[in-house]
Unconditional design. Structure first.
Length: 347
């Protein structure tokens, strides 16, 4: 890997959001490096995966500054993988209020505790297009909230708050759509899971960037332990047309290929209607507005800075899918892969 600050690797870093999808992958990366992370968790949260790792845990409620202050005592390195992730995109003002408020409380607690560095997990939703169709890199940032939906505006606003911090060092990791083990809430992988089940989910077409969740954990660990990390870095393993990705997944699972994609306008309208229905107590939205926006407004990205500065080598998508399959089947999120004989027989 890239350069490692041995002092950082020998101390106990704090991971906010340690029980979440990417938090668990980060904890695994830290443990593999020999670090002993202190894992921030909410009071009412499934911590069985953390217990299985025998990780030290501490309560960190981002709406309760006292819990953050206590958790950060004596800590020099904080990983923030607990950014607000609104369930629906129906109330952008409230999403921004909650997200920014929680992030500011985290930053204030870090400053008061004397934290040296905070690694903040953001999203490639904050990466602006180049205007030429060429892949975007770390130089391409929206000059103001992009107005591309609640998720994009929230992530942009929170990233700007993080980058404006001057009381201590903040570095930002912009992760692409993450696939891999421990996505218990079936977030980014929702349409892929639906395809694996043979459900033919409605979807738009567009550009989507993908990255293995284990690579995100590894990259964040390296950002935390690097003596001079880049200020902002994109984490993405590959770029795809979403329709082509679903066709590939359908073939992988031996199900019928997906229907033609919806137009952008139709997909966004459907996502709004689905979220409105789900918010009133109905079944989960068949297409979330966040995912629709990410696909409709996606731009190809260049993640070579992470390769140069952090020594990252991205896991090939096929290997990522295989790892996700093995985990998701254990969790009974997707059916077993059928044998060629079963596919031929139509079972």
């Amino acid at each position: 890997m890239g350069s490692v600050d041995r002092r950082a690797s020998e101390q106990q870093p704090l991971v906010l959001g340690a029980a979440g999808f990417l938090g668990l992958n980060l904890v695994d990366a830290l443990l593999a490096e020999g670090a002993s992370p202190l894992c921030g968790r909410r009071r009412r949260e499934n911590v069985i995966p953390l217990r299985s790792r025998r990780a030290d845990m501490v309560v960190t409620e981002l709406d309760e500054p006292d819990t953050l202050a206590q958790a950060m005592q004596g800590v020099e390195l904080v990983f923030h993988a607990a950014g607000h992730y609104p369930r629906y995109s129906l109330d952008p003002e409230e999403a921004t209020r909650v997200g920014v408020g929680r992030l500011r409380r985290s930053l204030d607690a870090a400053a008061e505790a004397g934290v040296r560095r905070l690694v903040y997990l953001s999203s490639t939703a904050t990466v602006a297009p180049t205007g030429t169709g060429a892949p975007s890199d770390e130089r391409h940032v929206f000059s103001s909230a992009p107005g591309l939906g609640t998720y994009h505006d929230l992530k942009w606003t929170m990233e700007q708050v993080a980058l404006a911090e001057r009381r201590f060092e903040v570095v930002v990791a912009c992760a692409a759509g993450c696939i891999g083990p421990w996505d218990l809430r079936v977030g980014t992988s929702a349409l892929l899971v639906a395809t694996a089940r043979g459900d033919d989910p409605p979807h738009p077409d567009g550009v989507i960037n993908m990255v293995d969740s284990r690579d995100v954990g590894q990259a964040m660990m390296r950002l935390g332990m690097h003596p001079e990390p880049p200020r902002r870095v994109i984490l993405s393993g590959s770029t795809h047309r979403f329709q082509e990705l679903l066709v590939r997944m359908a073939a992988h699972y031996g199900v019928q290929p997906p229907s033609p994609p919806l137009s952008a306008a139709a997909a966004l309208a459907l996502a709004d209607a689905e979220e409105e229905r789900a918010s009133r107590g109905g079944p989960r939205a068949g297409l979330s507005r966040e995912i629709a926006d990410l696909i409709v407004h996606g731009v190809p990205v260049d993640a070579s800075l992470a390769e140069r500065a952090l020594g990252m080598k991205w896991t090939p998508l096929d290997q990522t899918i295989d790892a996700y399959d093995a985990w998701a089947r254990r969790m009974k999120l997707i059916p077993p892969i059928r044998t060629p004989e079963e596919i031929q027989d139509g079972h």
